[in-house]
Design a protein around this ligand. Structure first.
Ligand SMILES: [Zn+2]
Length: 474
């Protein structure tokens, strides 16, 4: 393999075609169905599918026998399914998603979620880095191999449109397509993070997630707070008390032992090693206000908190008027949206059931309490790395980043990896991504670091080639 030629090819394709495609993609407000109940009527998801599949179809001409199909199961988000024939009888699955997080507030004056802006090496806008580039990066890798006539196994590219809603449609597609997908021995996922932009970061674990809406109702309608306070218990106070069953309000520690697992020794060692590479960048990357400190100054604890321990975020509220229109009312109800990350090896749906019982049992004052579970994805812990993959990753990081590869768990969730890990326990995983410091997926000012997007595409090319040369064949 001529790595210089490969770099030049991938870099040129990004500059000439992929970046312009992503600019157009960012303009489309195709929010995940959970954030746009009318996504079908709006048609934005179809626009994104159309943009990607048109480009991909054009490129597939380079591969004899390659096919692309937009699969649409009744009542579900669409899925782009691409098959590129290869040598031997092994299969590589390359995964990504095209649905986006909602807008979020706080974008800089000259930026916006649906407004692509290129500044230096960065392409700003929602969804470029998470995870619009995945289909382009995956195909760029295969095209780069094709250009040099380098053999690879059969490749299946799956791009779903429901990831940001917890991938609830995906299991149906995996069942529907099971025979066509086959039995992958390598899964490539470009939807993850990186600790910095200086080296290749391999994701070794992902947290699972459960969550939903917690509602506390105390009255049929709001009443004068001067009249009722001290008589009618506040729904906010009850909600606060219920949350304290789950989380220690002073430390943020999740209390029930049922939501913890034993952290494998190898992962603790890797967490320590990653703190040596990253130092205080582990928390410096967050836009803290002046004077604000992280949860603890023990870096290893921070990494383990973020990757292997349960943690709660309250992501939305209901039953409360906006500040400008808040009168002196004892409100009838308070609701919050909970997002609970759970350890990689904990069963997500059992965790959801547990949290539901914990919050709903013995409601204070007989209040009407309900917890509606909306998400219950399990996490993922990488299987033992095969020697061929360890070797391929090491070399690819050196070739394209000029630095050794690093290994770290991620705090986020990619439900599909948990599903695949269960279905294909023999498969090896290359999970990486461009979500590095300040890239801020899900928040304001999200950007795609273009050089990292290119390098990750190059790494995928080399690893897919070595999968065939060293893994599948040898
Ligand atoms: Zn994503």
């Amino acid at each position: 393999m001529d790595t210089t030629r490969l770099s030049r090819f991938v870099s040129g394709l990004w500059d000439d075609e992929i970046v312009p495609q992503l600019v157009e993609y960012i303009r489309i407000p195709n929010k995940s169905p959970m954030f746009d109940k009318d996504w079908v009527a709006h048609g934005y998801m179809d626009q994104a599918v159309e943009l990607m599949s048109t480009w991909a179809n054009g490129k597939l001409a380079a591969f004899p026998g390659a096919t692309l199909e937009v699969v649409r199961l009744e009542g579900r988000t669409p899925l782009i399914y691409i098959e590129v024939p290869g040598e031997g009888d092994d299969t590589v699955v390359l995964y990504g998603h095209l649905d986006k997080q909602p807008e979020m507030t706080g974008w800089a004056d000259d930026l916006g979620p649906w407004k692509p802006v290129i500044k230096g090496d960065k392409l700003y806008g929602r969804g470029g880095a998470d995870d619009g580039y995945a289909i382009f990066g995956s195909l760029a890798a295969l095209l780069a191999l094709r250009e040099q006539g380098i053999a690879h196994s059969r490749c299946v590219i799956l791009i779903e449109a429901c990831e940001e809603s917890g991938s609830y449609d995906l299991p149906y597609y995996v069942d529907h397509l099971a025979e066509r997908i086959g039995n992958p021995s390598l899964v490539v996922c470009l939807d993850s993070g990186c600790g910095n932009y200086d080296q290749l970061w391999l994701t070794t674990s992902l947290r699972g997630m459960t969550g939903g809406e917690l509602t506390v109702q105390v009255l049929e309608e709001g009443v004068h707070s001067g009249d009722a306070s001290g008589v009618v218990p506040s729904s906010f106070r009850i909600l606060r008390e219920l949350l304290s069953r789950l989380e220690d309000p002073a430390t943020g520690k999740i209390l029930p032992q049922e939501l913890y697992v034993d952290i494998p020794a190898e992962r603790i060692a890797q967490a320590k090693a990653s703190t040596e590479v990253l130092g205080t960048a582990i928390y410096d990357k967050f836009p803290f206000v002046e004077g604000m400190r992280p949860v603890t100054d023990d870096l290893v604890e921070l990494v383990l908190n973020r990757t292997w321990r349960p943690q709660l975020a309250v992501t939305g509220a209901g039953g409360m008027p906006a500040l400008e229109s808040a009168g002196n009312v004892l409100r009838p109800q308070t609701a919050v949206k909970l997002s609970l990350r759970v350890p990689p090896t904990l069963n997500g749906s059992r965790a959801g059931e547990f949290v539901k019982q914990l919050l709903e049992k013995d409601p204070p004052y007989g209040a009407k309490v309900s917890f509606k579970v909306e998400k219950d994805g399990s996490g993922w812990n990488a299987p033992q790395l095969s020697p061929w993959l360890a070797e391929a990753v090491k070399e690819a990081s050196e070739h394209y980043f000029g630095a050794p590869a690093a290994y770290m768990g991620e705090g986020g969730s990619i439900p599909f990896m948990g599903m695949l890990g269960e279905k294909f326990p023999q498969a090896q995983f290359l999970i990486t991504g461009v979500l590095g410091p300040h890239s801020n997926a899900h928040g304001p000012n999200e950007f795609l670091h273009i050089p990292t997007g290119k390098k990750v595409s190059m790494v995928v090319a080399e690893v897919v080639a070595k999968h065939y040369a060293l893994g599948a064949k040898g």
